[in-house]
Design a protein around this ligand. Structure first.
Ligand code: CA
Length: 225
């Protein structure tokens, strides 16, 4: 199911620009042109994420954020033209999860949206993931292979978490790049190979059997041989 994004923005040009970009990226998008319409839309069809402009006619964005937050834990990303620290603080205190200062690059918004959706999704999933001899405690961010504790960097952890959440499925290099690095696949980069090698070295440090396998020409898979 495609994530639903509610965009609350009164400037038609920006709203349309966001709609086109987000639909192209596979999201379901609803636009509301003011705060009242936004709150009503959120009630009728609860979105998975809200992109909220601060400067709105009627009820302003901060108040919309407070009212949304009062009834739901939906991630809220604020757009603000006012690049002032007090506004940012007020935005986050109102319950927003992140903010972007206008003008912003669409790719930046997209990256922030993906971070928020991923965070929300992992909060809803079980705290301890297990596959074969691997255990990943996502609350403590602790990984073990058997009894042995495996120390991972943040990026290595994210990469392994993607496999732990999708065991016995081939993950293409494009999917891995998009989900772990959060932007479009560059094509030439060997960064995934490098990180897979790090992970294998750490997971197999005591001669444990290989669990991360290469699927030649396609990607990688977490499975028992
Ligand atoms: Ca506005």
């Amino acid at each position: 199911m495609q994530p639903r994004i509610l965009v609350i923005e009164d400037e038609t040009e920006i709203a349309n620009y966001l709609r086109r970009g987000l639909v192209f990226e596979g999201f379901e998008v609803q636009i509301a042109n003011d705060g009242h319409a936004g709150l009503a839309a959120a009630r009728e069809h609860p979105p998975d994420l809200v992109v909220l402009d601060l400067m709105l006619p009627g009820i302003d964005g901060l108040e919309v954020a407070r009212r949304l937050r009062a009834v739901s834990d939906v991630p809220i990303i604020i757009l603000t033209a006012r690049d002032a620290v007090p506004d940012r603080v007020a935005g986050l205190e109102s319950g927003a999860d992140d903010y972007l200062v206008k003008p912003f690059a669409f790719a930046e918004l997209l990256a922030r949206i993906r971070v928020q959706l991923r965070r929300r999704q992992s909060e809803r999933q079980p705290a301890v993931l297990r596959y074969a001899t691997l255990t990943m405690d996502t609350a403590a961010r602790e990984v073990r292979n058997g009894e042995r504790r495996v120390e991972l960097t943040a990026r290595e952890y994210e990469l392994l978490e993607l496999f732990m959440r999708n065991p016995q499925q081939v993950l293409t290099r494009e999917v891995i790049y998009d989900r772990v690095w959060g932007y479009d696949f560059g094509g030439e980069s060997n960064i995934i190979e490098v990180y897979i090698r790090y992970l294998r070295q750490k997971l197999e440090a005591n001669g444990e059997p290989r669990l991360l396998h290469t699927v030649r020409g396609v990607g990688y898979i977490l499975r028992e041989e």
